[in-house]
Design a protein around this ligand. Structure first.
Ligand code: NOJ
Length: 535
């Protein structure tokens, strides 16, 4: 392994880390071509160090035709030229480490791009070839094989999961046709991914985010759902979700990660908490994203249940929880919390949903303090610290396949992927247009403003880092009025979030460390406000 200076020495850094998600294409544009790149990230490393994050998770930065924003990887060992070079990625990893920031990369094991060398070879080699065995090729149904070989629906709305190639065979893709699914029963598929992990660990990468981590293994018969739910089947084996064979894959990955002291975070959307926790057993993944919390409405009872259940499901396997408010796939927090439906559901996305951004921003500030006070690791998605709303991307500029595959009814995910406003000046023709009012959110305008979202995140992340009580350790709920969440952490730390319909009195405390908004004139905690107190 390359000899880089280690940031903070703790071996268990990941148990309480604040990890910042970088969607490279939209983070910072170093060469002025309208697309974010590694030069842009390198130039902004001091900003990230100042923000107080422990690690960066980069969404895929590899060679990709970008049919699905980089989740269609053509070559894991090459950085996409739009972003830079492998040498630059190595420099970036090293420079970040010098600032005390670790790097996580994104691995997409369920599928590759249809431009990946393996898939091109499979197409060229034809039916029955060993090259096709790396994927799921099948003859079609119907008299002339003109019907798809199966009935699984796409993970992306609308269309199906089979595409026919010119020689008449069909191949499986749970996402877009440009993302053929790999056959995880094939030893070469396993071997290749183990080598890819080593490739990045050798370059000083401290961890890996695993895309669609519960989908790789398939029933080899690819049986029809025949009207049954495409969602997980509690108590029964599903043909492609959360199959038991997956655990052997992750055990072998864990052994490799342990050689390098590296960690995993799995993208595991599973409603069954016992099944979810299996991925977090001590010899499997270190952590997984908490989608229950991310999807939860702004409702004290629902949030408390989500927090309590999260902690309870992680406890038996000894894994830390993760807390996430948004990412590159979901509606930005200030927008979501400003709507009538404050939860997140892919199926409910629509154009023109009325939004009260002032209310949403107030709640998002409170949500930030609530989240950062919880025990475990937290993820901050780029722009969350600027309080960016979901952008309305003009229809003609939308690029997300989710939009097209819905027949144009789903706005897709571009609204949370618009390039960040660093200054009041927009990027040079950004790949997605920035809304006209975004100069108001520019990082340089927020810098130093005591009331800005950026200042709130900087202060909160700084306090969280400095005060031992915010990391691991217990959370104890306090009795609180209806609609109020109040809990203690070690070292006399206390978090109170008021989601009720009016102001409430604060519990006894000795000092107020931080508030998402000011207390009212009588010292009460206003609605949609959270505070950190010391007792
Ligand atoms: C989950 C990723 O977060 C999303 O952006 C992507 O489209 C799918 N997996 C498919 O790779």
């Amino acid at each position: 392994m390359a000899d880089f200076p280690l940031p903070r020495p703790a071996a268990d850094w990941w148990r309480t880390a604040a990890i910042y998600q970088v969607y490279v294409r939209s983070f910072a544009d170093g060469d002025g071509d309208g697309t974010g790149d590694l030069a842009g990230v390198r130039a902004r490393l001091p900003y990230l160090a100042d923000l107080g994050v422990d690690a960066l998770w980069f969404t895929p930065w590899y060679l990709s035709p970008l049919a699905d924003g980089g989740y269609d990887v053509a070559d894991y060992r090459t950085i996409d030229p739009a972003f830079g070079t492998l040498a630059e990625a190595e420099k970036l990893i090293a420079e970040a480490r010098e600032l005390g920031i670790r790097t996580l990369v994104d691995i997409v094991p369920n599928h590759v791009s249809d431009r990946h060398a393996w898939f091109r070879a499979a197409l060229a080699a034809g039916p029955g070839s060993p090259e096709r065995e790396l994927f799921h090729f099948r003859p079609g149904r119907g008299e002339h094989g003109e019907l798809p070989p199966g009935d699984w629906p796409s993970q992306f709305n609308g269309a199906g999961t089979w595409t026919r190639v010119p020689d008449g065979e069909w191949y499986l893709h749970l996402f877009t046709p440009q993302q053929p699914d790999l056959n995880w029963d094939h030893p070469a598929v396993r071997r290749e991914h183990e080598e890819v992990l080593r490739f990045w660990f050798e370059r000083g990468v401290a961890g890996v985010r695993i895309d669609s981590a519960a989908l790789l293994a398939k029933d080899p018969a690819l049986p029809d759902l025949a009207g049954r739910s495409p969602e997980p089947w509690p108590g029964e084996t599903h043909p492609y979700i959360d199959r038991d064979e997956l655990h052997a894959v992750y055990r072998s990955w864990r052994a490799i990660a342990d050689e390098y002291g590296a960690i995993f975070v799995g993208e595991v959307w599973l409603p069954d908490s016992e099944r979810f926790a299996r991925y977090l057993r001590p010899d499997e993944l270190h952590t997984a994203f908490n989608f229950s919390f991310l999807s939860c409405p702004w409702d004290a009872g629902r949030l408390r249940t989500s927090i309590t259940e999260t902690l309870a499901e992680h406890a038996p396997v000894g894994a830390p929880a993760t807390w996430v408010l948004c990412n590159h796939d979901v509606t930005r927090t200030v927008t979501r919390y400003g709507r009538a439906d404050t939860g997140f559901d892919f199926a409910a996305k629509a154009f023109g949903t009325p939004t009260d951004l002032e209310l949403g921003t107030r709640r998002a500030r409170a949500a930030a303090l609530l989240t950062l006070a919880l025990p475990g690791a937290v993820y901050v998605y780029q722009g969350e610290e600027l309080g960016l709303p979901e952008a309305d991307v003009p229809i003609g500029r939308i690029q997300d396949p989710m939009h097209f595959r819905s027949g144009g009814t789903d706005p897709g995910r571009d609204g949370c992927r618009v390039p960040l406003p660093w200054t009041a000046e927009p990027w040079n023709e950004p790949w997605l247009p920035q809304p006209a009012d975004w100069p108001a959110y520019a990082a340089d305008r927020q810098d130093g403003d005591p009331d800005s979202m950026l200042t709130l995140y900087r202060t909160a992340l700084g306090l969280r880092r400095a005060a031992a009580g915010f990391g691991g350790g217990a959370l104890e709920w306090l009795n609180a009025p209806p609609g109020v969440l109040a809990f203690t952490r070690p070292d006399g730390l206390l978090c109170v979030a008021n989601l009720s319909g009016g102001p409430v009195a604060l519990p006894a405390h000795t000092s107020l460390l931080l508030g998402s908004s000011a207390l009212d004139d009588t010292g009460l905690l206003p609605q949609d406000t959270a505070v950190w107190l010391r007792t």
